[in-house]
Write a protein that binds this ligand. Sequence first.
Ligand code: ADP
Ligand code: 5GP
Length: 191
Amino acid sequence: MEKRTNKKLYVVSGSSGVGKGTVLKGFMAKHPDFMLSISCTTRSPREGEVDGENYFFLTKEDFQACINEDKFLEWAEFAGNFYGTKKKFIKECLDNGMNVILEIETNGALQVKKKMPEAVLIFITPPSLEALEARLRGRHTEDEETIQKRLNEVKKELECAKKYDYRVVNDNLDNAISELENIIAGEQEKC
Ligand code: ADP
Ligand code: 5GP
């Protein structure tokens, strides 16, 4: 039987501070053959973040030019900054037979699902809202105003989680990574 090669685009979302980056880092360490997409953003780099590795850090003008030139597969405004995924990058990876993971917020994820219904949407939830806030604060990367903006998004994001194909609770980190691995392995079986 001919091998199907769809279902290679995975979209991971979750509220700020839930641990998406940490879970995906654990996943990528075990699965280096997967490609983690590098997004564009207008937000300032955090300490230690490198342009071209964590994000492509763009000015608002450059980001707007990419919108005007229809360069994004999806883009959204989140907590006062713009974020977007370049079409070209994703297309090249998929054309080269790579499995791609996007770590993006919910509006962008739903745009991707609309354009590419074969994309698999995975939502990471916190064990509790208290734990989420503690993690966001404990990271010490945002000021109070930014933390509040991000916490304001949580209710809407959790509502959106119902539209995702899978939900993973990030309580114990190793369990969350294993659960993500199991979901992706199951989807890869279908390819
Ligand atoms: P996100 O990418 O979703 O914004 P991060 O990956 O930056 O979140 O994680 C936010 C904070 O929570 C970090 O300090 C991280 O070490 C911590 N963290 C992540 N997963 C867990 C977990 N399962 N239990 C406790 N702390 C966690
Ligand atoms: P952060 O500023 O914490 O890195 O990211 C803030 C939010 O933007 C997170 O929910 C993250 O998943 C999301 N995000 C990162 N890159 C993209 C992107 O390319 N598109 C969209 N829509 N969201 C993104």
